[in-house]
Structures are given as C-alpha cells and as structure tokens.
Write a protein that binds this ligand. Structure first.
Ligand code: AMP
Ligand code: GLY
Length: 422
C-alpha cells in the first residue's frame, strides 16, 4: 500500500518509523517531513493546509491512505474533504475534531454527560467573564476557546492577571475564536492517556507523562513538551478503569449519538487528584513528544491497526506492548520557547547507533549537502527504551552527549518524579 503521513515533527517521524516496519507497506511518503523522515520515507514539499493542492499530490503519487499527524488540518476538515474525494484517511471528521478545536464544545459535552472535568464558565463578553472571575477568585485557569498553538492557556494566580488575559482573548488575541473558557484550577499530577478508535470499538493506545515547562524541576514557561516517558508511573489498573468508564466511553458514546462517531487517535490530557481522573483537555491526534515514546513500545504492526480501523474492524486486533520503559529527551534550540536561532548545523548525529532501543526522531531539522541544520524550536527527540526508566534515561543522555551542537539545550531531568518515587 502507498501511504502518506502529514506533518513535519517528531511525532510524524516516529509514526513513519513504525509504519516502515510493516510488511504491507509499498511506498511511504511524508508531507512535508523533515531531515529524519527523509531517510525512511520520500518527503514531498507541499502545504498541508491547501487541501486542493494536497489532493493533486495524493493523486499523482497514487497514495492510498493518508495519516494525519497534527490537529490543524483535522480541525479544518481534511477528513471530510478527502473522504469526498474517495481518498482513505485516518483521523476524526471536522465535527468530531471540535473535541480539540473548541474547548467550549468539549466542556459542554462533559457537562451534559457528567464527565469529570474542572468547573467552568464560557463567555463572549467581558462583564460576565469578569463577574465570574471575581466571584471564583484565583487561582483560575483562562483558556482561549479555539486552537492557539499551545499558547491559549494561562494559569492565573491573581484576579488582575485573569482579567487581563480574558480581555486579550475577547479582544481577538487568537484568530481561531474570541470566546473564553474560565476554569477552576485542579491540583494533581498529569497523565497523557491515549486511545485508538473506530466506529465500533476502541483500544488503549499507551500512556505517557509529558514535561511541559522549559526548565528542570518543572520551572519556567510552558513549551510544546521538553520530553516524555512511557508508561506513566501513575496509571494503575484501577485508575485506568475509571478513565475508561467515566471519561473515554461516555465521550465516544456521545459522539456516536451526535451522528459523528469518533475515528482516529484520541488523546486525553488528565489531571489525577486523590486517585480520581479529571479531563483537562482532549486532543484529536497523538501527542508530541508522547508519540515518540509510545511508538518505541508498540509491538503490533501499526499499519495493520490503522487499516483495521478504516474498515471498522479494530475489535479483531490485539495490540501488544513492550514491557520496557521508554523516554525521549527533546533537544531544543537555545532561546526556545521564545526567540531562537535557526539554520545552525548539528554535527556527529551519525555517531549514535540506532536500533530497536535507541532512536533519534527529528522535528525542526532539514538537510542540505549531507549536513543537518535546525529550523525549529524543538529540534531532535533523543529516544531510548530499557528495562528501567533510569537506564533508558541514561542511554538517552549518553546519546545526546555524542551530538555536537553548540546552539542546543535540553532538560536532564525528564522522568524525575517517577524516578524519585521508584
Ligand atoms: P491545555 O492546553 O488545556 O492542556 O492546558 C495546558 C496545561 O495547563 C495543562 O497541561 C495543565 O498543566 C494546565 N491546566 C489546564 N487546565 C487546568 C486546570 N483546570 N487545572 C490545573 N491545570 C490546568
Ligand atoms: N505533548 C502535548 C501535546 O502534544 O499537546
């Protein structure tokens, strides 16, 4: 089968890496891809937000199945578009993509179906929002309703800060929506919980813990994710049952009842408070960098899983996982998440021996004259798996030390909470 993965991050490289192991694959394309995907797939330079052009590329290259990596094309309706053109595509339709595309949609669905989540209010005028903020006080979480490239959430420790952030959103700081969602702050530890879903059933698709803050000991500004490990140390069987029964199953049933059965990867961002899960957010895709650590542990043929979903036969498949722990440490360009340097050469990558337990997934990289350069904030994902998380982390750290890149930095403490408690 000829396949295309859409996107250019570490997540897409990890998906390509796994797909490439499938015996069913004929040609693998990554659109637009990066310097890492280029080694295992054919990169095609195309703008994935231009659906008409993308369709031309799909036809020209006889691509039979499209796997969508990032959220924006899903929220913009790529699945509906390609389905109309009779192209097989893996991901939720535009309506179901509101689970990530509109926080108001997600919160209202939770309220209607008693799915545990933070108490909230949704506002499109400042007077009502400000009354809610003053009544509830700080800390309070202020969220832009629509997609905001990871920048739409602020945890406000004072009423003044909450009012300021609310006003900015209502004034149109984010193009996607002028609505604001105000939420109670829930204490606890976070888990990224994944499911893979077709019309009739779903399977657990791995757990992980991300590290969003830029600095060690979880300090400094939020980022897209500085590293992750899998499985999450918090996920017991009992907790997993609660997550399935209280959160995943009612959501999938609600989407079906709305006439838009969910299909694709479903990523629940959860806060665990006193052994109870609360839904913080839904994402309609794999996480990045969570995907990198999950793909390292997946034993079943990914293409077989996705193919069975397209045919709504997921319940015929058993998904197998390695019992090992995996970790990824994100090597970033200095300055990230603020302004950072681009076009800086990264040397010595070939000194790292790649195998089933050690991989480098590229994100913001490109290659020119056989040299690798950076062109993003998050640049490389140094990924390892081993019998213990400490061993996996040591392997990743020793691989990073082989790389010669003067303009990069990373967190040495990924997995610190789990390692401290082990
Ligand atoms: P989101 O984009 O919704 O995932 O929010 C980004 C981050 O903000 C989450 O990963 C949490 O760490 C934090 N966060 C969001 N909502 C809440 C909440 N209601 N209570 C506590 N932390 C939150
Ligand atoms: N790792 C967080 C995300 O993918 O949204």
């Amino acid at each position: 089968m000829n396949l295309a993965v859409l996107g250019s991050g570490g997540r897409e490289h990890a998906i390509c890496y796994k797909l490439k192991q499938s015996s069913k694959i004929k040609k693998l394309f990554c659109i637009p891809g990066n310097a890492g995907t280029q080694k295992i797939a054919k990169n095609i330079k195309a703008d994935i937000s231009n659906f008409d052009k993308l369709y031309q590329v799909i036809k020209k290259n006889k691509i039979e199945l499209v796997i969508v990596g990032p959220e924006q094309p899903l929220v913009d309706g790529i699945v509906d578009y390609l389905n109309k053109k009779k192209v097989r595509v893996f991901g939720p339709d535009k309506y179901a993509s509101q689970l990530e595309g509109s926080k108001a949609f997600m919160k209202n669905l939770c309220r209607k179906h008693n799915i545990p989540t933070a108490n909230f209010g949704i506002f499109d005028n400042f007077d009502d929002a400000s009354e809610f903020i003053k009544k509830n006080g700080a800390p309070i979480v202020v969220k832009a309703d629509g997609l905001a490239a990871g920048k739409g959430v602020s945890i406000c420790t004072s009423v003044e800060e909450a009012l300021k952030n609310t006003k900015e959103i209502l004034d149109g700081k984010f193009k996607s929506s002028k609505r604001v969602v105000l939420e109670e702050f829930i204490e606890g530890e976070e888990i990224s919980y994944f499911a893979i879903v077709d019309k009739n059933s779903y399977h657990f698709f791995g757990s992980a813990q991300d590290h969003k803050r830029v600095g060690e000991n979880d300090t400094g500004p939020n980022t897209g994710g500085m590293g992750a490990y899998s499985p999450s140390a918090l996920l017991t069987k009992e907790l997993e049952n609660k997550i399935k029964q209280k959160i995943i199953q009612p959501t999938l049933k609600a989407m079906k009842d709305l006439g838009h059965p969910y299909r694709g990867f479903l990523y629940a961002g959860l806060m665990i408070n006193k052994d109870e899960p609360y839904l913080i957010e839904y994402n309609i895709r794999m996480g990045d960098p969570e995907c990198q650590v999950i793909m390292m542990r997946l034993k079943t043929d990914l293409l077989e899983i996705i193919d069975s979903i397209i045919n709504n036969k997921l319940n015929n498949i058993k998904i197998k996982w390695s019992k090992k722990n995996s970790i990824t440490i994100v090597l970033c360009a200095k300055g990230y998440p603020l302004n950072y340097l681009k076009n800086s050469e990264i040397k010595n990558l070939s000194k790292i021996k790649l195998d089933d337990s050690n991989q480098i997934f590229h994100a913001g990289t490109y290659s020119k004259n056989n040299k690798i350069y950076s062109n993003g904030g998050r640049v490389l994902n140094i990924t390892s798996c081993s019998e213990s998380l400490v061993k996996a982390r040591n392997n990743s750290l020793s691989n990073i030390n082989k790389i010669n890149w003067k303009d990069g930095f990373f967190r040495k403490d990924i997995g610190w909470k789990a390692i401290k408690n082990s």
